[in-house]
Design a binder for this molecule. Structure first.
Ligand code: AKG
Ligand code: FE2
Length: 331
């Protein structure tokens, strides 16, 4: 468990990918991505091309969803596929702390029943649990459109990473076709006053996949730990996403990139906080191992290879109290 002390400073790196997207100076964008990931692995993303209206709209849809009657939300109770509505009290992202003070809706790509991964009964694959159209008109269409827009930006970040590693830009595309990706709509009620027992909106954790693109409202509350152990506020920057790299990145880069710890505390006494991270967790069967560009000649990788599915399944189990944190391999 990580004891809660409020930060004193803010997160600063900004990555503008305009020049990557229009093909003007791709190498400069890739160099900056590499520099940031070697230092903190957390940055504000600008120049992503997602319209402000889509960002604001997604936050509005999120608030609409959580304002539904509890009885309606509970008809969508999260299932073994990790799809649906998760009430307060179920997950501890810091496994040693009490449950996070949040409720959420987990959405994936809606694969059909005859998809091979659905047939194999793998979690993170299969149908979403949507509220009935009459309860929330337009919600499903909006979320699906938003998911695909942000996923496209995530693919660009993976293309940038591939180019840093001296690989073709589309190197990761095959493992991004059937991803375990999850869009999570989250509601954090106000938590003014002292933190008791380290219970906060979302306990200290690293993300588990490749990259996360986080949309947050204006409340603030996300905090990031840098590699020296100092906590920094990641307050909202208008128009920007907060991007962080997940646990797959240290494996691919032999520990050169950091999947930094972060947490959420909504200390604003008067505001509910809404956020919408998209976790880009690649294909279940994809083997993640150290890339050649990051492995000095004659050395063996510092961090064991693993499949995406193995790592994500284990981390879900730990955070829901179904497995012990000791089962976790590096990082
Ligand atoms: O809500 C946020 O700002 C971050 C949430 C988060 O870190 C997570 O769900 O992994
Ligand atoms: Fe996170």
């Amino acid at each position: 468990m990580v004891d809660y002390h409020a930060p004193k400073r803010g997160l600063t790196p900004v990555l503008d990918i305009t020049d990557w997207r229009n093909g003007r100076d791709k190498a400069a964008v890739a160099r900056e991505f590499d520099r940031i990931c070697r230092t903190i692995g957390f940055f504000y993303l600008t120049g992503h091309g997602i319209p402000a209206a889509a960002m604001a709209g997604m936050l509005e849809q999120t608030a609409r969803f959580f304002a539904l009657d509890d009885a309606i939300k509970r008809t969508l109770l999260v299932d073994w596929r990790r799809r649906g509505y998760e009430p307060f009290g179920l997950q501890s992202l810091d496994a040693a702390a009490p449950p996070d003070i949040k409720e959420s809706l987990l959405l994936g790509l809606d694969q059909p029943d005859d998809h091979p991964y659905v047939k194999r009964g793998l979690a993170n694959y299969g149908p979403n649990l949507w509220p009935a159209e009459e309860h929330l008109p337009g919600f499903r269409a909006f979320c699906e459109d938003y998911f695909s827009r942000v996923y496209t930006v995530g693919r660009s970040l993976m293309a940038i990473f591939a180019s840093v590693a001296g690989l073709p830009e589309d190197h990761f595309e095959p493992i991004l076709v059937d991803p375990m990706a999850t869009l999570r709509l989250i509601h954090y009620p106000p938590q003014p006053g002292a933190v008791v027992d380290n219970q906060i909106g979302c306990g200290t954790h690293t993300d588990w996949g490749a990259v996360t693109l986080l949309l947050q409202d204006e409340t603030g509350g996300l905090e990031v730990r840098d590699k020296n152990g100092e906590w920094l506020y990641a307050n909202p920057l208008p128009g920007a996403y907060v991007v962080n790299i997940g646990d797959m990145m240290p494996v691919w880069t032999n520990g050169a990139y950091h999947s930094n710890a972060h947490r959420v505390r909504n200390a604003d006494p008067g505001r509910h906080r809404y956020s919408v991270p998209l976790f880009i967790d690649p294909d279940y069967d994809a083997l993640v191992s150290c890339l050649d560009a990051f492995l000095p000649a004659g050395e063996t990788p510092k961090i064991p290879a693993r499949t995406v599915g193995e790592h994500i399944d284990l981390m879900y189990a730990i955070s829901y109290g179904q497995a012990s944190p000791e089962a976790m391999a590096n990082p």
